[in-house]
Design a protein around this ligand. Structure first.
Ligand SMILES: N[C@@H](CCC(=O)N[C@@H](CS)C(=O)NCC(=O)O)C(=O)O
Length: 237
């Protein structure tokens, strides 16, 4: 049994996708991030960086419980544990890993900052909004070109690179406006193909459930948002 600590954010959605695709039994343990649960000692014992997702695999290496944090590390761990969705060796393994790293270092951070500055920053911060919109567009162009050359990000097979990237890519219309989807036809058909997988349908239903059990971002207390975003009384000197 695997415990999944999380809420409904894209980094956590990746892990729901992997657990459902791999057929691993798991228990979802809601962490109320917008209520500040990630800062409690019982959680930082699991992840000193105070972020979700985290998994605890009760049948880890050597048959002992093992804790993994960082969504990319969790995806590799689960793929290696089950022998699924990441080739064991050869160039196919590194193709999938490098495309997964494009998500970890490009798609996730750039979308994350774009959403932060459009949704949470005081109005008028045009420099940051323009910078991160441009970076989001740049990395989406890279994905579009990749998917013109190969059916899946890693190449010929659906892999953890696709699972990592789907949670933000499906939000292109939501975050950039519906018309933006027309700029990425290959990416949008890839999103549709993934969304129709039975494991993905199950995963997204489980995500809806955890969302209903955690505080929504627009219901967070103002001081908690300041703490999470490191601003106001919580800004570093
Ligand atoms: N690089 C980390 C990022 C994790 C992350 O940023 N998690 C967010 C939710 S998506 C979080 O827990 N935020 C709480 C906070 O910043 O206090 C990963 O890929 O797992």
């Amino acid at each position: 049994m695997i415990d999944l600590y999380g809420m409904g954010s894209p980094n956590v959605v990746k892990i729901y996708l992997a657990l459902e695709e791999m057929g691993l039994p798991y228990k979802a343990i809601p962490i109320d991030v917008f209520g500040g649960a990630q800062f409690k000692a019982e959680f930082t014992k699991l992840n000193p960086s105070a972020k979700v997702p985290v998994i605890v695999d009760h049948e880890g290496p050597g048959g002992r419980p093992y804790t993994v944090f960082e969504s990319g590390a969790i995806l590799i761990y689960l793929a290696d544990k089950t022998g699924q969705f990441l080739p064991r060796d050869g160039v196919a393994r590194y193709d999938a890993l490098q495309w997964m790293m494009v998500q970890m270092t490009g798609v996730g951070p750039m979308f994350g900052q774009f959403v932060h500055f459009t949704r949470f920053a005081p109005k008028g911060n045009d420099y940051a909004v323009d910078r991160y919109r441009t970076q989001v567009r740049r990395v989406l162009d890279v994905l579009e070109q990749r998917l013109a050359a190969a059916p899946w990000l890693g190449g010929q097979e659906y892999s953890i690179a696709d699972m990592a990237t789907f949670p933000w890519a499906r939000g292109v219309g939501l975050f950039l406006g519906k018309a933006a989807e027309q700029d990425y036809p290959k990416l949008m058909s890839w999103v549709a193909a993934i969304a129709s997988r039975p494991a993905v349908v199950r995963a997204l239903a489980a995500v809806d459930d955890v969302r209903s059990r955690t505080t929504a971002f627009d219901k967070a207390a103002p001081d908690m948002l300041d703490k999470i975003f490191g601003r106001g009384a919580h800004a570093a000197a």
